[in-house]
Design a protein around this ligand. Structure first.
Ligand SMILES: Cc1cc2nc3c(=O)[nH]c(=O)nc-3n(C[C@H](O)[C@H](O)[C@H](O)COP(=O)(O)OP(=O)(O)OC[C@H]3O[C@@H](n4cnc5c(N)ncnc54)[C@H](O)[C@@H]3O)c2cc1C
Length: 404
């Protein structure tokens, strides 16, 4: 097996790994930086199977990394799309309350979004909602004109191109297998090359906790995979929405519930739901890995989580199996939508970190160990925030390298 030397090795060619690589070469051009990606192309997991939304930054706890990076990331990615001529549709978003309880929670979201500094945010009356979205029904709504849709595969390709232009090395079809430490350096075994390096940055997304464990780190969290399935609106039904249409989310869950999302290519997606996945990269209901599922079942945090959210879990499975139930969720927002308007679409799998006590980790979460940095929770809005998360990690790496 050939051996290469690199100052920094980044595992994972998704938005987070590539953004980190791009920023690190920008801050420290003299360093050799290598990204390994196990797939044959970049951004083929979460980064290429998401809703494509450039979030405005409404939902997140003020002061959290999510709040800060989402707001700044929205601006940075809009600038990047303009500079590199990538598609961006500033279609705006309405979050719609359908009863008084949701209307109260909507007020709370408005306060949060305002505290986070989301531009242009305003509460809409029923009449104003109909002016923005004539086919959407509710008792009150929140309008975020700054929400947009983009193509994250194209954004990842730009990160990769900037990195490679700065003489960064991107190795595709190269899977991290194992590593050991020798004289303060990591010796990393991959599927086709051995790598000697001072610092490993683990951005392996759905596999990040397993990679950390494999490197001898005992992470505080484990990743539980949740599959999200989409339907597509038939072409003649796309007129039902003008922009992004979301329900008021359940504050105890990290997912935003099924919504309607125009894509930059003209499609309109409905979804995603959130069903426990039995395989980390299992995009179809039929995908099953007993080894991986056993890993989930053997984690005590999973059982505590399942006990706490049992009802929500069962109703998600019901909605996944029965199109009628999925349609009913959408009809709360768009009463005219019917089963005939929807055809099956794609799916994505979210990497959600859960701690030992069964708590869903809310904020982005990074652990550091001697010679390594591990990104262990980068769920939505991590695509929107990817530019800023990458910069944050690159700065951490720079500090570590300076400290010797
Ligand atoms: C259904 C869904 C909808 C979403 N919608 C949005 C949205 O609208 N807006 C938003 O901001 N965010 C959204 N997100 C979140 C966002 O897409 C992700 O948080 C983000 O893409 C995470 O990027 P990543 O680089 O951490 O992970 P990934 O994109 O999963 O990249 C990790 C990479 O590591 C590689 N890898 C894994 N193991 C190894 C190994 N052993 N060796 C080498 N390589 C390895 C994988 O092949 C993969 O390419 C959504 C996510 C999902 C799943």
């Amino acid at each position: 097996m050939p051996t290469i030397n690199t100052d920094v090795l980044i595992i994972g060619g998704g938005l987070i790994g590539l953004s980190t690589a791009m920023h690190l070469k920008n801050i420290r051009p003299e360093l050799t930086v290598t990204v390994i990606e196990k797939g044959g192309k970049v951004s083929d997991q979460q980064s290429g199977h998401n809703s494509g939304v450039l979030h405005a930054g409404i939902y997140y706890e003020p002061g959290s990394l999510k709040a800060k990076f989402c707001l700044e990331g929205n601006q940075m990615l809009a600038g990047l799309c303009q500079k590199f001529n990538l598609p961006l549709k500033r279609c705006g978003k309405v979050i719609v309350a359908t009863d008084d309880d949701e209307a109260d929670r909507l007020e709370h979201l408005y306060e949060r979004g305002t505290a986070n500094g989301v531009p242009g945010l305003r509460l809409l009356s029923v009449r104003e909602l109909h002016e923005v979205e004539p086919n959407v029904t509710g008792v009150k709504a929140l309008h975020a004109p700054n929400s947009a849709v983009v193509d994250y595969r194209k954004i990842a390709a730009v990160y990769a191109a900037i990195f490679e232009k700065a003489s960064g090395k991107l190795l595709l079809d190269t899977e991290f297998i194992a590593s050991c430490e020798e004289d303060g350096r990591h010796r990393v075994v991959t599927s086709n090359v051995d790598v000697d390096t001072n610092l490993v940055i683990n951005c392996a997304g759905l596999q990040a906790d397993l990679v950390a464990i494999n490197m001898g780190v005992t992470p505080e969290v484990r990743i539980i995979p949740f599959r999200g399935e989409y339907y597509l609106l038939r072409e003649e039904s796309r007129r039902l929405v003008n922009g992004l249409v979301y329900p008021v989310p359940d504050p105890s869950l990290p997912f935003l519930d099924v919504h309607l999302t125009p894509r930059v290519n003209g499609d309109v997606e409905a979804g995603p739901n959130a069903v426990l996945a039995t395989m980390r990269e299992g995009y179809s209901r039929k995908d099953f890995s007993w080894t991986e599922f056993r890993g989930t079942l053997s984690y005590p945090g999973f059982w505590r989580l399942a006990g706490r959210h049992f009802r929500a879990g069962v109703s998600e499975i019901n909605r996944s199996l029965r199109k009628g139930v999925f349609v009913k969720s959408l009809q709360k927002l768009v009463p005219d939508i019917t089963s005939n308007d929807l055809v099956p679409g794609g799916a994505g799998v979210r990497a959600q970190a859960v701690d030992h006590d069964g708590n869903l980790v809310d904020d982005f979460y990074i652990e550091e160990a001697p010679g390594s940095i591990h990104v262990l929770n980068a769920p939505s809005p991590a695509a929107t925030s990817s530019f800023m998360i990458g910069k944050h990690i690159a700065n951490k790496a720079d500090l570590r390298i300076n400290a010797g």
